[in-house]
Each structure stands twice: as C-alpha cells, then as structure tokens.
Design a protein around this ligand. Structure first.
Ligand code: GRF
Length: 220
C-alpha cells in the first residue's frame, strides 16, 4: 500500500511511520506533502529519500489530487498538517484518508485546536484522561469517523509540554498500528481494544502495535 503523508511540523509521526513501514513491508511511504518547505517533516523525508511535494496553495485541491494520483497513493495520512484539506481532495480519497489528533475526539478538536493548544485546553478543563485519536477525514476539522483511540492519563502536575510528550509517545504507536492494519487488510479498519489492554499497556508502556493484531473490524 502506497502512503502519502501530509505534515506541516516536526514530523515525529512521519518518522514513526517510516520506522514501522521499514520493518513490516506491506506499507510504504511514497510521498510526503507539506505546505512548509522548511519543516522538519520535509527534512526527514529528504533524508529518507522519499519524494516530497510542497503545496503552493493549500486550497488548490486539483493540484493536491494530481500529486497524490501521480504517486499512486492508496492511503493518505495527515500527521500534523495544519491546513484544511480541500473538499475535492476529501471526495477523491474518502475512506482512504486518516488524521491523527492528540486528544480523545470529539473532545478538544476542531478548528484552531492543534499542538500545544489542545493540551492547554485539556488541563484548563481539569480532564483526568486525554489520549490520541485516529479518524477518517471529512470536510470538517477533526470530525470524521473514529478509527482508533488510546487513552493517556493526565497527571496532577502536568504542563502542556509534559502531557504533549506522553500523548505523542502513544501517537507514535497508534498511527503505525492503524496504517499497518490497513495495509494488511487493503482498507482502513476500525481498531478496538478492551479496557484491560488500555490499563496494562499504559502501565507497561509496551509496544501497542502488538495489542492491535487481530482486533480490526471493517468500517461501515
Ligand atoms: C501531533 O501531535 C499530531 O497529533 C498533531 O500534530 C502533531 C504533529 O507532530 N496532528 P509531529 O510533526 O508528527 O511531530
């Protein structure tokens, strides 16, 4: 399965995907798309000898679809892409485009809710649990059907930075798990785990990817 990753920032999720794809085979990152030529994500792509496409106008859906089609994209992964995906791109890749968000959606999502702002909002509200969500992309920010979630405890002395770090560590396992499952099954599948798995795996900080095996189910 050929993956196109969209990223505007540092690209740590891209890096996690590259590491996972390298190990496992069925998925390959074929293209990295960014609206920022100077982003860490683009630098990481170049280091890994992956084709890059810099978006001139993020609203130009036709140009984005062209770049994706030319790369033979099967699955689009938004990993810290800060621009709204044009409706024509959503339509062309409906059901084949996922996003990772650093909270338990639908809480703490939507326009303007990205990066540190998400974690600040979680702490301001006094939530004791946050987490990471992978969801299908539709026409609105952070609103598509949820594919997989993993909760992360919020500690009493957390700052936005410490909470972001704990959530990001989970993102780095959740996103590859979803992508590898999709590559194995040939389509995006919902991943569900039981409560004991959550508790155990959070405590053990073990490799979450193992937990997902055999737990996928088709998205209606
Ligand atoms: C992640 O927290 C992701 O959930 C959000 O943006 C951040 C990207 O981080 N959408 P990185 O660029 O992958 O390090």
């Amino acid at each position: 399965m050929k993956i196109a990753v969209f990223a505007s920032g540092g690209g740590s999720n891209l890096e996690a995907l590259l590491n996972a794809c390298h190990r496992s085979g069925p998925a390959r990152v074929a293209l990295v798309v960014s609206n920022r030529a100077d982003s860490g994500a683009v630098a990481k792509a170049r280091t890994a000898h992956i084709a890059t496409s810099i978006v001139g106008d993020p609203r130009d859906g036709a140009a984005i679809v062209r770049a994706l089609d030319e790369a033979g994209t099967d699955l689009v992964v938004l990993a810290g892409y800060l621009k709204l995906i044009p409706p024509s791109v959503v339509a062309a890749y409906r059901g084949r485009m996922i996003n990772i968000h650093p909270s338990l959606l639908p809480a703490f999502g939507g326009e303007g809710m990205y990066g540190k702002r998400v974690h600040q909002a979680v702490l301001a509200r006094g939530a004791t649990v946050s987490g990471a969500t992978v969801h299908l992309v539709d026409e609105e920010f952070d609103r598509g059907r949820i594919v997989a979630q993993w909760p992360v405890p919020v500690m009493a002395d957390d700052t936005p930075e410490t909470l972001a770090q704990r959530v990001l560590a989970v993102e780095h396992q959740l996103l590859p798990a979803v992508v590898l499952t999709a590559a194995h099954r040939g389509r995006v599948e919902a991943l569900r785990v039981s409560a004991p798995d959550f508790a155990f795996k959070n405590a053990a900080a073990a490799d979450l990817t193992e937990v997902w095996r055999g737990l996928a189910s088709p998205i209606e």
